[in-house]
Design a protein around this ligand. Structure first.
Ligand code: PMP
Ligand code: GLN
Length: 392
């Protein structure tokens, strides 16, 4: 059988940058500030609940849309944090991670010939999933340091074929939280073109400096057009669990549930019960998580600035971006990340991989560091970077 017979989207793809850089980090015994995952597991109470449920059951197929306890907890969470009202029975679906949630939403909404808008830099899984549906991707390209856009930028990509926009806020890799004004502009275009928004809000609770996440669904008229995606991986520092959730209007959720039923059908029941317990944690838990990450961001920022690397603003997420232009490195940002992984023994991720392959002016001197690691690990990473860059 020749490779030509395989799927045209997937056979052409490389391995994700996260997998590549994590592999290199292991190979070179580097501290892995590339792939975004914490090195401490989330609350013991939540993990203990998962363990108890595995032992005591139930361990058979749970309800297709998710166990009632978790769907209720998601609806309660959305009301508590954003004042958004969703009916837990018809407007919430539990998925195996936000990645599956994204696939469910995009497959349920898109037809061949539709257009889907991505805001670049964008998280890696959006593009292949959209391409697999046969829809065409239109790109709004944002530039540092404020990663903002204008009315003209939206006019250039919205058309009568626009079916949806994917909006990731707080945004990976840029660390940006979209402002109310920016959201209002997007809302205006969604109304005008009768389009939807797939809102990737996995970093909703990882926000800093007193800034709060604002879902697009909160803007007037937007609840009916938005699908809100969350992830227990980020909210409870349990990225390996792959438990996600979608909230949205019943008319859309009914079709999204059809996609979900043939992609994974269900998600591990024990983890669902444990995440339900998690979502009901007190405000102290949520604030504590954000405060802790803010402190880690500040630590990494002072390290990078200390070695002369300018950093971009970071309002949320796990990620801080540094500008390496002044080193005049002879190679791409990807080469630079491989270079410091092998030689400084600290891994990072290049910004250019978050751009569409056809974008000509993707940045080549920005690299993303992940800061959700133990203090001693961040201190060791700081020492290694300081030693390496002091050598010139
Ligand atoms: N969206 C973004 C922006 C992410 O950074 C991630 C991180 N993994 C995901 C979606 C996927 O989340 P999950 O691990 O729950 O599938
Ligand atoms: N979201 C994580 C990141 O941006 C990676 C998740 C993954 O490896 N799929 O680093």
């Amino acid at each position: 059988m020749s490779a030509g017979e395989l799927n045209t989207v997937f056979q052409g793809l490389g391995t994700t940058v996260f997998t590549v850089m994590s592999g290199l980090a292991v190979e070179h015994e580097a501290i892995n500030l590339g792939q975004g995952f914490p090195d401490t597991d989330g609350p013991e109470e939540i993990r203990a609940e998962a363990a108890r449920r595995v032992v005591e059951g139930p361990n058979q197929y749970p309800p297709m849309q998710g166990v009632p306890e978790l769907r209720q907890a998601v609806a309660d969470h959305d009301r508590r944090f954003y004042g958004l009202e969703y009916d837990w029975q018809s407007e919430v679906v539990v998925t195996s991670g936000a990645t599956e949630a994204l696939a469910d939403c995009l497959m349920a909404l898109l037809n061949p010939g539709d257009e889907a808008i991505l805001i670049e830099p964008f998280y890696d899984c959006y593009l292949p999933i959209i391409e697999q549906t046969g829809a065409k991707v239109r790109v709004i390209s944002l530039a540092p340091p404020d990663w903002s856009f204008t009315r003209q930028d939206l006019e250039a990509v919205f058309s009568d074929k626009t079916k949806l926009i994917v909006l990731n806020t707080p945004m990976n890799p840029a660390g940006k939280i979209f402002t109310r004004d920016e959201l209002a502009l997007i809302a205006e275009f969604l109304e005008r073109h009768d389009a939807y928004a797939v809102c990737d809000e996995v970093y909703e609770h990882l926000t800093f400096d007193g800034l709060k996440h604002l879902p697009l669904a909160n803007l007037p008229g937007m609840r009916e057009r938005c699908l809100r995606i969350g992830s227990a991986g980020k909210t409870f520092s349990l990225t390996g669990w792959k438990v996600g959730y979608i909230s949205g209007p019943a008319s859309l959720m009914a079709v999204i549930a059809k996609a979900h039923q043939f992609i994974t059908f269900t998600t591990v029941p024990a983890l669902q019960y444990a995440v339900a317990l998690g979502l009901n944690q007190s405000d102290d838990y949520y604030q504590g998580l954000a405060n802790e990450l803010e402190r880690k961001r500040d630590h990494l920022r002072s390290t990078l600035e200390g070695i002369g690397l300018p950093v971009l603003p970071c309002d949320g997420t796990y990620f801080l971006t540094a500008d390496i232009a002044k080193f005049g490195f002879n190679g791409s940002d990807y080469d630079f990340c491989k270079h410091i992984t092998a030689n400084a023994k600290v891994a990072a991720v290049p910004m250019s991989v978050f751009y569409h392959p056809e974008t000509n002016d993707a940045p080549n001197s920005l690299i993303r560091f992940c800061f959700c690691k133990k203090d001693e690990v961040m201190t060791e990473a700081a020492d290694r970077l300081e030693r390496f860059f002091a050598k010139g």
